[in-house]
Write a protein that binds this ligand. Structure first.
Ligand SMILES: NC(=O)c1ccc[n+]([C@@H]2O[C@H](COP(=O)([O-])OP(=O)(O)OC[C@H]3O[C@@H](n4cnc5c(N)ncnc54)[C@H](OP(=O)(O)O)[C@@H]3O)[C@@H](O)[C@H]2O)c1
Length: 246
C-alpha cells in the first residue's frame, strides 16, 4: 500500500508476543490498529504499554472461540469505522505439545477450535466489513511446523518437533488460506498464510525455546507482507517475505 493513512487493521491475540509487536509496527506505520485480546485486563495492560510509547490503539475484546465476543467486535468496528482493511488472524495456542501417539482428543479439539475454527469464524464474521475496503487483505499467522514438506525433510532444523495438535491445526489453517483465496479471488480479497519464524514468546507455555529469535523482528516481517502494494493471494510467506512451498 503506497499510503497507509486511514487504513484500519485488526490483529487478534495482540496483547502479547508476535501480535503485540505487529500492533506496534502497524501503529508506527500510521495505521489505526484494533488490538484484539481475549482478556480485557491483559488487553488494557498491553494498550497502556503502547500508549507509553506514544502510540494510540483501539483495544478490542475478542476471544476467537467465543462467537458472542466476535459479533460484538464486528459491531464495534462497523459502528466506529464502517470497514476493515487488514485482518491479521494471529491468536493461537500450542495445545498439549505431545506427539501424535500421545495427543488427546481434548487437546486436538481445543487447539483446532482456536487455531483453525476460530480463524474461519473471525474471518467470516468480518467479511462484510472487508468487502467495504478498497484494498482488503487477510493474513493467517501460520507456522512452517504445519508444512508436511518441511516436517518430512530430515535436513530442516525443526523436523524433529512433534506437537501434533498444533502442527495439524496449522496444516488445516494453510488449507483454509487456499480455500479462501480461491473463493474470494474475484472480489480481490488477498488471503495469505504468513510465519514469523521461530521466536521467543509465550507460545511454549514456559518451556525453553533455545535459539529462538526476537519476536519484534518476526512481527515486522509479517507487517511488511501485510502492507505490500499488490499482494498476491493463496501463498505462504515467511518473515523474510519469501514464498514458502507448502
Ligand atoms: N513463536 C514462534 O516461534 C512462532 C512460530 C511460528 C508461528 N507462530 C505463530 O505466531 C502467532 C502468535 O504466537 P506467539 O508466538 O506470539 O504466542 P503467544 O505469545 O502465546 O501469543 C498468543 C496470543 O494469542 C492469544 N490467544 C490465545 N487464545 C486466544 C483466543 N481464544 N482468543 C483470542 N486470543 C487468544 C493469547 O492471549 P492470552 O495472553 O490471553 O493467552 C496471546 O495474546 C501464532 O499464530 C503462532 O502459531 C509463532
Amino acid at each position: 500500500m503506497a499510503n497507509n493513512d486511514n487504513l484500519i487493521a485488526l490483529v487478534t491475540g495482540a496483547n502479547a508476543g508476535i501480535g503485540f509487536h505487529m500492533t506496534q509496527h502497524l501503529a508506527r506505520a500510521g495505521i489505526r490498529v484494533l488490538q484484539g485480546s481475549r482478556d480485557p485486563a491483559r488487553g488494557t495492560n498491553a494498550a497502556r504499554q503502547l500508549n507509553a510509547d506514544g502510540l494510540e490503539v483501539d483495544q478490542l475484546t475478542l476471544d476467537v472461540t467465543d462467537d458472542q465476543t466476535i459479533a460484538a467486535a464486528v459491531k464495534h468496528v462497523a459502528d466506529k469505522y464502517g470497514r476493515l482493511d487488514i485482518l491479521i488472524n494471529n491468536a493461537a495456542i500450542v495445545g498439549d505439545g505431545l506427539p501424535a501417539s500421545q495427543v488427546s482428543r481434548a487437546s486436538l479439539l481445543q487447539t483446532f477450535d482456536t487455531n483453525t475454527a476460530g480463524i474461519a469464524a473471525v474471518t467470516n464474521a468480518f467479511l462484510p466489513l472487508l468487502r467495504k475496503s478498497g484494498r482488503p487483505r487477510v493474513l493467517n499467522v501460520s507456522s512452517e511446523l504445519g508444512s508436511t514438506r518441511l516436517v518430512n525433510d530430515p535436513d530442516w532444523p525443526h523436523s524433529n518437533v512433534a506437537a501434533a495438535a498444533y502442527q495439524l491445526s496449522k496444516s488445516a489453517l494453510d488449507m483454509l488460506t487456499v480455500l479462501y483465496a480461491k473463493e474470494l479471488a474475484e472480489e480481490k480479497i488477498s488471503v495469505l498464510s504468513v510465519s514469523p519464524g521461530y521466536r521467543a514468546t509465550g507460545l511454549s507455555n514456559g518451556e525453553p525455546m533455545p535459539g529462538a529469535g526476537d519476536p519484534s523482528e518476526g512481527a515486522a516481517g509479517i507487517v511488511a507482507v501485510a502492507l505490500a502494494v499488490d499482494p498476491p493471494t493463496g501463498l505462504f510467506f515467511n518473515w523474510q517475505g519469501e514464498v514458502v512451498a507448502w
